[in-house]
Design a protein around this ligand. Sequence first.
Ligand SMILES: Nc1ncnc2c1ncn2[C@@H]1O[C@H](COP(=O)(O)OP(=O)(O)OP(=O)(O)O)[C@@H](O)[C@H]1O
Ligand SMILES: [Mg+2]
Length: 243
Amino acid sequence: MGELAGAGEIDPREAAARRRLSEIGTVLPVVSSKGGVGKSLLSTVLALLLSRRGYRTGLLDLDFHSPSVHLILGERGEPREDRGLLPAEVRGLKFLSVIHFSGERPLLLRKEGISSSLLELLSTTRWGALDYLVIDMPPGSGDELLELLRLARGAEFLVVSTPSRLCRESVERMVRGLREAGARVAGVVENFSSSPSAWKGVRLLGRIGYDPELEGAVGRVERLLQTSFARDAEGGLEEYLRG
Ligand SMILES: Nc1ncnc2c1ncn2[C@@H]1O[C@H](COP(=O)(O)OP(=O)(O)OP(=O)(O)O)[C@@H](O)[C@H]1O
Ligand SMILES: [Mg+2]
């Protein structure tokens, strides 16, 4: 918090958020500079695969404008309040989404905006001891990302791209930006991949091909884990876990 020294108004929630995040082995935000590249599907499948491998895994949907992980899981569960917020338990995952607080129960989304809501969420959620916390992020480098960079210093960012040159160029820029901000980049996953491609300056963790069965598996976890998307994602996960 040195950079804020002198401001005289350090938010006590920041220390709480950092303390809670420090209980987590690896915070793994799934990001991309572009929208619609498969971040939500990939983060959900990765969390399910990590859990299946026996890792204590949490899944956090931080897409304030269009949360979708609950749709992919097919259920959202209910977080509970007990000296803080206990995430829902869904399919062996500890799951929390902005959907739990929007609409009918505006518990966290206050007027101050996304940064404050995110701080509130990270400072009050009791994930407990987790091996991995996978975070589904909104596209781009907005407040959610900036806030996370501040609060989860050790996070390893997993960047999703497509083979399109337009996407690759902006993803490469994002990787540089993350590194300049002092963040760790775990690597890139290329989705909608069709032919072998080389990535320079960033580790390619895996390639996921177009999967015509994927849409039909949204909301059905067993089926989702049997898709070629999940199989390809598991290849990327194994590469990541090799370190
Ligand atoms: N490999 C794939 N094969 C077929 N369809 C895919 C594949 N990857 C993603 N999709 C589809 O593309 C759409 C976008 O995926 P998803 O919502 O995961 O992207 P996103 O990056 O999270 O988008 P946003 O930026 O809006 O959050 C979804 O309809 C999803 O089913
Ligand atoms: Mg998404």
